[in-house]
Design a protein. Sequence first.
Length: 92
Amino acid sequence: MSGGRILANIAEATARWDWQTLDQHLDLARRVLHADQIDDALLVAAGFNGITRVADAIGIPLEDHTENSTRELRADAGIDAFARSEKWAREG
């Protein structure tokens, strides 16, 4: 597995909060990559997570593609119940 794929797997597992999978990817990464590369991947994943939380907090609506592609997931998880009503309001 390439270093880039390992780093992408770390970022994806972090964004999904999939800690068991993250641990598996980190174990592999520690054998293959430099510690700074691993830290960078984790920082990027955490940064994107933070940006999303800020967008949610201030009511920035999802773009159409994300809204459509996550509709079933959001319904199953009950996520929409936590969003401000403005998040789903569309101007136009």
